[in-house]
Design a protein around this ligand. Structure first.
Ligand code: BES
Ligand code: MN
Ligand code: ZN
Length: 494
C-alpha cells in the first residue's frame, strides 16, 4: 500500500476511488464533509439523518456513486468529540476509513484531514499504514475479488512537503511494527531460533550491529537456565545482541525479549486445544527487534541494546525434566518444577548477561510470560512490574501517548518466599496458581542486580482475536514497539 500526501486545494472533489470525510459527535460536519454535502445537494446530511449515525468513533456511513461527486464512494467516518480532535483522532479516522473500504473495489482512498495540518496528516498516514497490515505470505489460492483492493492512500493536507517530513519518523515506526508483526505471524516450523536470528542479522543494513551467540558460546558463559529450555529442541538456541549506537558515549538503555519460537510446555506439556497459539510466544522479543528497527530507521539519538533470548520448548528424549536443577549465569541455582514456566528461565540468563556486559541505565524486558496476566487484566492491558517508580512512570506516560495500555502490578517482597526451593536457590513456579504473574515477576527480579528494571507481561496483548481497534487488524499486534519508541524519544534521547 502506497501513501501519498496531496495538497488540499487540488483535491476538493477527487475523482475515482473512495473519499473519507469526518463527522464529529452530535453530527457536526468537518469542512470537507460540508464541501461534500454542498456538492451532493445535501446528501451527506440526509444520509446521516436517515440512520443511527451519531459521529461516534467507529461509526461509518457510505454513499455509493453520489451525484455531484467525482468519487465512486464517499465514506463518512464518526470521530468523536470535536474538542478532542488531534493526532490520535486523525490516526483512528484514517484507519477506520481504510478498514471500511479496503476490499470494496476502490483502489484509491482519499483521506480528508480536518484542518489539513501536516502533523495530523502524518498521523493519519500512520493510521492507514498500521490498518493495512496483512500477513498473506502463505495464501496461494485467494480469489482476486476478496483480496484488498486499496493500493494507494492519499492523505489530503495543507502542506504536503511538511506532512512528508513529519511522516518520516512515523514511516520508520510503521515499517518496524510490520517487521515485528511478521515475526509473530510466521509459523513455528519456519521461524525457529536459527531462522529468527538470521532475519534479525539482516537488520545490519539499517546500521544496527547484530551478534549471534549459539549454544557453544552460551555454554561458555554458563547460561544453564536458558540452555535447559532449548535442550529438547532440534534447533540451536540463540542469543541475539542488537546494538544501536546513536548516542555518542552515553550509557545505553537496554531491552530484553522472551523469544520462545514455540512453547509446547516441554515435558509439562500443554493441552492440544489452542496450542497453536504458542507460535507467538516470541512476541516480547519481536517487540524488542521492532524497537531496534525503528530506532535505526529514524536514527534516534540514543545508545540502545536489544537482547533476544531465542529457544524452542520441546518435549524430547533430551528434554529438561520437572525436578531438574540448573545453574544460571548469575550462579544462582533453579529447581525446574514445571518445564512450561520456561520464559522466566530464558530471561534469567538474558537479563543477567545484559547488565553484566552493558551496565545499562535500566533494563525493560518484554515477555508473553503468564496466562495469569490475561486472567488479571483481560486482553487489552499488559502488566507492568517494576522496581523503580521513575521508569514505571515513564512507561505509563508513553503508554498513554501511544494507546498501548499498561497497568502497573505490584512486586511485593512478602510473596518472594513463594519461589524458594527445598533443594536449590529457587524454583521456577510459585505455590499453586495464586498471583501467577507476580511470582513470575519476582523470579525475574532475582536476576536484576540493583539497577532500574521493568517487566512487561504481554501475554494478554501480543495477539488480537478479534480486532478491536482499526489500527490493529486481527492477529499480531506488534505490542510494545510504539510504546518503547515513544518512551525513548520522550525521555532518553539527546
Ligand atoms: N507462554 C506461556 C504463557 C502464555 C499463556 C502466553 C497463554 C500466552 C497465552 C508461558 O510459558 C507459560 O506456559 N506459563 C505458564 C506458567 C505456569 C506453568 C506457572 C502459565 O501461564 O500457565
Ligand atoms: Mn510455557
Ligand atoms: Zn511460554
Amino acid at each position: 500500500m502506497r501513501i501519498e500526501f496531496v495538497a488540499s486545494d487540488k483535491s476538493k472533489n477527487p475523482a475515482g476511488g473512495a473519499v473519507a470525510v469526518m463527522v464529529f459527535e452530535g453530527g457536526k460536519l468537518s469542512t470537507a464533509a460540508e464541501d461534500m454535502d454542498r456538492a451532493t445537494g445535501g446528501a451527506v446530511t440526509r444520509a446521516i439523518a436517515a440512520g443511527r449515525f451519531a459521529g461516534k468513533p467507529g461509526q461509518t456511513v457510505e454513499l455509493l456513486v453520489p451525484a455531484g461527486l467525482e468519487a465512486q464512494r464517499l465514506v463518512i467516518v464518526g470521530s468523536g468529540s470535536d474538542s478532542e480532535w488531534g493526532g490520535d483522532t486523525a490516526e483512528r479516522f484514517a484507519a477506520q476509513a481504510f478498514q471500511t473500504v479496503k476490499a470494496s473495489g476502490a483502489e484509491t482512498l482519499y483521506v480528508m484531514i480536518p484542518g489539513g495540518k501536516p502533523e495530523e496528516a502524518a498521523r493519519g498516514a500512520l493510521g492507514a499504514t498500521l490498518a493495512a497490515y496483512r500477513f498473506d505470505r502463505y495464501r496461494t489460492t485467494e480469489k482476486p475479488e476478496v483480496k484488498p483492493s486499496v493500493t494507494t492512500v492519499k492523505v489530503v493536507t495543507d502542506d504536503s512537503k511538511a506532512a512528508e517530513a513529519a511522516f518520516a519518523p512515523l514511516k520508520a515506526l510503521g515499517e518496524a511494527v510490520y517487521f515485528s508483526r511478521d515475526l509473530v505471524s510466521e509459523p513455528p516450523n519456519v521461524l525457529h531460533p536459527v531462522e529468527y536470528a538470521r532475519r534479525v542479522k539482516a537488520l545490519e543494513s539499517l546500521g544496527l550491529e547484530v551478534e549471534i551467540l549459539g549454544e557453544k558460546e552460551m555454554t561458555k558463559l554458563g547460561m544453564g537456565s536458558l540452555l535447559g529450555v532449548g535442550q529438547g529442541s532440534r534447533r540451536d538456541s540463540q542469543l541475539v545482541v542488537i546494538q544501536w549506537k546513536g548516542g555518542g558515549d552515553s550509557q545505553p538503555v537496554a531491552f530484553v525479549g522472551k523469544g520462545v519460537t514455540f512453547d509446547t510446555g516441554g515435558i509439562s506439556i500443554k493441552p492440544a486445544d489452542g496450542m497453536e497459539d504458542m507460535k507467538w510466544d516470541m512476541g516480547g522479543s519481536a517487540a524488542v527487534a521492532g524497537l531496534m528497527h525503528v530506532l535505526a530507521g529514524r536514527k534516534a539519538k540514543v545508545n540502545a541494546v536489544g537482547i533476544l533470548g531465542l529457544v524452542e520448548n520441546m518435549p524430547d528424549g533430551n528434554a529438561q525434566r520437572p525436578g531438574d536443577v540448573v545453574t544460571s549465569m548469575s550462579g544462582q541455582t533453579i529447581e525446574v518444577i514445571n518445564t512450561d514456566a520456561e520464559g522466566r528461565l530464558v530471561l534469567a540468563d538474558a537479563l543477567w548477561y545484559t547488565q553484566d556486559r552493558f551496565k545499562p541505565k535500566f533494563m525493560v524486558d518484554l515477555a508473553t510470560l503468564t496466562g495469569a496476566i490475561i486472567i488479571s487484566l483481560g486482553n487489552d492491558y499488559a502488566g507492568l512490574f517494576s522496581n523503580n517508580d521513575e521508569l514505571a512512570d515513564n512507561l505509563l506516560a508513553a503508554s498513554k501517548a501511544t494507546g498501548e495500555p499498561l497497568w502497573r502490578m505490584p512486586v511485593p517482597a512478602i510473596y518472594d518466599k513463594h519461589i524458594d526451593s527445598a533443594i536449590a536457590d529457587m524454583k521456577n513456579v510459585g505455590n499453586g496458581r495464586a498471583g501467577g504473574s507476580i511470582t513470575a515477576a519476582l523470579f525475574l527480579q532475582r536476576f536484576v542486580n540493583g539497577l532500574p528494571w521493568a517487566h512487561l507481561d504481554i501475554a494478554s496483548t501480543a495477539w488480537k482475536k478479534p480486532s478491536t481497534v482499526p489500527t490493529i487488524p486481527e492477529g499480531a499486534v506488534g505490542f510494545g514497539v510504539r510504546l518503547l519508541n515513544q518512551m525513548v524519544a520522550d525521555k532518553y534521547e539527546g
